[in-house]
Design a protein around this ligand. Structure first.
Ligand SMILES: [Zn+2]
Length: 492
């Protein structure tokens, strides 16, 4: 269904700092690039929030009927410490500390990243290219920039000439930073740099003896600068100009600014039509940091294995909680807030489950069409998921009235209500229907425990206790059945 034809989607463009009507370059098709993780440690919860925001964007574009090519890269080389041009490669450093191959580091944390994104019900991107898989293309792009006169070589390293670029373009167009700001950002780290000007950034770095991740190039054995891979891979898979580029707010400068400069130098056109940035995540009102203990890994939220949250939470609850904030707002992650979300999430899922038992009447006491349009209007307004969720709860209220015979719904409206709420909750927000499963899992565990205790009682010839367990369970509607394979139970 080409729902995009009747939906006027507006996207907040970080470049123009305003909401703009979304018009893809090719009708019905969207090219979207999102900066992926640097795989040198377990994926950070803040990054998961960013990727979940773009998972939701991807899901809504698909729901609207767009054919989307979604590219999210894996940075497995070239990302130096402090996001600067000096210092050690993050992956090589980890490899040195743990005495393993850099590619073992990459493999371990790519697997971790995919585990987490699978658990959290992310749709996989269409292409997930790696920096090390595109060294040849990166060298080609550097040659092109050198040819255009906007890069220079010093001692085997190649730097982008920001001042020269800024003569005919505006470096800082996205972040609003000036050339002077850029100097401030880099000066402290630039003690031994070969750069002509401190705001220049590396396209290729010559590797010193210590640096084990290296490739041959016309300039030296070395490695590409971090910003280059995204220009290379986005243009390779999406073209010189494409629709949406996303990432975390912290990537606006210098990373995305440098991407624009590199790409525009090669193609002559501004590479991205809509820049989108997801805001940051706090934990208990503070920045997350391992060093202070104010830290939790995405997996440990699900298992409860952490010191900062009161209990374990299901995937549906965590996704629901994150979607309750707009992607451009700061999100404060806390146990209290998650507990509140858990209640709301259960209400929502239980109402959806109730819909299966609703019987249609001749008339509706709720305007389903109008409600449906309000859901679309919320999402069309720069993916406003908190407003969407508030509309979903109007439907929850109505469904509960239906259950109590305080409202009625026609057959057509019932079909429309079901399909709409399912589409928004499961396809667009990516929530999972795990409420019942979650509680029945727990019941299972408790009854199995009682069966085990009863078996022990019988082995000890404590017939009174054994009968008490069986009888009291039966009173509560749980019947134990002793068979050759052991004891099973059924709920009456
Ligand atoms: Zn990037």
């Amino acid at each position: 269904m080409e729902l995009y034809k009747e939906n006027k989607l507006k996207i907040y463009n970080s470049l123009s700092k305003s909401k703009e009507l979304f018009k893809p370059l090719v009708e019905g098709r969207v090219g979207m690039y999102v900066c992926g993780p640097t795989v040198y440690s377990n994926v950070h919860l803040g990054n998961i929030r960013t990727f979940m925001s773009f998972d939701m964007v991807y899901r809504y574009l698909l729901h609207l009927g767009y054919k989307v090519r979604y590219v999210r890269n894996i940075t497995d080389a070239g990302h130096l410490e402090n996001d600067a041009d000096e210092g050690e490669d993050r992956i090589a450093k980890k490899a040195r500390l743990e005495q393993i191959e850099p590619m073992e580091v990459v493999q371990r944390y790519v697997v971790d990243f995919h585990n987490v994104t699978n658990k959290y019900n992310f749709l996989p991107p269409s292409i997930e290219p790696t920096a090390t898989g595109h060294i040849v293309e990166q060298i080609e792009m550097i040659k092109e920039i050198v040819k255009k006169g906007l890069a220079y070589e010093v001692n085997g390293s190649v730097y982008f000439d920001v001042l020269k670029y800024n003569e005919t373009n505006r470096y800082g167009i996205l972040s609003g930073r000036t050339i002077e700001d850029a100097i401030h950002n880099t000066r402290a780290l630039d003690g031994q740099s070969d750069k002509k000007n401190p705001q220049d950034f590396a396209l290729w770095k010559k590797a010193d003896e210590r640096h084990i991740m290296r490739w041959p190039s016309p300039w030296s054995d070395g490695f590409p600068g971090w910003h280059l891979e995204c220009s290379v891979m986005s243009s390779k898979y999406l073209g010189e100009q494409f629709d949406i580029h996303g990432g975390g707010m912290d990537l606006k400068f210098p990373h995305h600014e440098c991407e624009i400069a590199q790409s525009k130098t090669c193609s002559g056109v501004s590479p991205v039509n809509y820049w989108m940035h997801a805001n940051m995540l706090l934990l208990n009102g503070q920045k997350m940091a391992k060093s202070t203990g104010n830290f939790v890994l995405p997996n440990d939220i699900l298992t409860g294995n952490n010191d900062v949250l009161p209990k374990d939470f299901g995937v549906g609850v965590v996704r629901f909680f994150i979607m309750q904030a707009h992607y451009r707002s700061i999100l404060d992650f806390s146990g209290e807030a998650l507990l509140a979300s858990e209640k709301g999430y259960k209400k929502l899922i239980e109402a959806i489950n109730l819909l299966d038992d609703v019987e249609a009447s001749s008339e509706s006491t709720f305007n389903v069409k109008e409600w449906r349009q309000k859901c679309y209007d919320a999402m069309n307004d720069d993916f406003n998921t908190p407003i969407l969720i508030s509309h979903l709860f109007e439907a929850v209220k109505f469904i509960n009235q239906l259950k109590d015979d305080k409202a009625t719904i026609s057959k057509d409206d019932l079909v429309l209500l079901k399909s709409t709420i399912n589409a928004f909750v499961f396809d667009v927000l990516g929530l999972v229907n795990d409420v019942e499963e979650h509680s029945s899992d727990k019941l299972d565990g408790v009854v199995e425990l009682l069966i085990k205790l009863r078996k022990q009682a019988r082995e000890n010839k404590d017939w009174a206790l054994s009968d008490q367990i069986r009888d009291e369970l039966l009173e509560k509607g749980i019947q134990l059945k002793d068979g050759r394979e052991g004891t099973t139970y059924s709920i009456n």
